[in-house]
Design a protein around this ligand. Structure first.
Ligand code: AMP
Length: 170
């Protein structure tokens, strides 16, 4: 199955010069959705994750599906102000703009094995922030899965020593 054909490229969104990779056609296609989840789960399974952490918002869709398939819990990394109790926070630079993500301070027990998922690896700031948050809570990052890697932005350089799978590379 050609998963790449299910990604819609939208030029100049959300700002001029950005080639936005729209994953919604892939999510809407039953076969592509299943294949994407299966491929990521098969890669992640031997790494024995206990929890999947997904980044707001597009990392929630397949992150939660992966957690179900891997019999893991799911923990969302959320935008500031969305989580109700004590949180830890990391700010980072984006391909377009800057942002921050937060985890609830009691989201992970120490030594929990964590798989981190997001839709796109671009400059790597988001993924790195999620790894830092997980490790601040004593979690162990066992790998990253992405649907898409924008390899020309060298995001993997932000993830030295970590294993990362991307199903589609540009
Ligand atoms: P980065 O922190 O630069 O690796 O950016 C990754 C995050 O930004 C992911 O959560 C993506 O959802 C989003 N993102 C960055 N660039 C793109 C793009 N070209 N198309 C779609 N999403 C993107």
């Amino acid at each position: 199955m050609d998963l790449r054909s299910k990604i819609r490229e939208v030029p100049d969104f959300p700002t001029p010069g950005i080639g936005f990779k729209d994953i919604m056609p892939l999510l809407a296609d039953a076969e592509a959705l299943q294949e994407a989840i299966d491929l990521m789960a098969e890669w992640a399974e031997p790494r024995r994750p206990e929890v999947v952490v997904g980044g707001e918002a597009r990392g929630f869709f397949l992150g939660a599906a992966l957690a179900y398939r891997l019999r893991c819990g799911f923990v969302p990394a959320r935008r500031p102000g969305k989580l109700p109790l004590e949180t830890i926070s990391r700010e980072y630079a984006l391909e377009y703009g800057s942002n921050a993500l937060e985890l609830q301070a009691d989201a992970l027990a120490g030594d929990t094995r964590v798989l981190i998922h997001d839709d796109v690896l671009a400059t790597g700031g988001t993924a790195r922030a999620m790894a830092d948050l997980v490790e601040q809570l004593g979690g162990v990052v066992v790998g990253f899965t992405f649907l898409i890697e924008l390899a020309f932005l060298n995001g993997r350089e932000q993830l030295p020593g970590y294993d990362a799978l991307a199903l589609i590379k540009y």
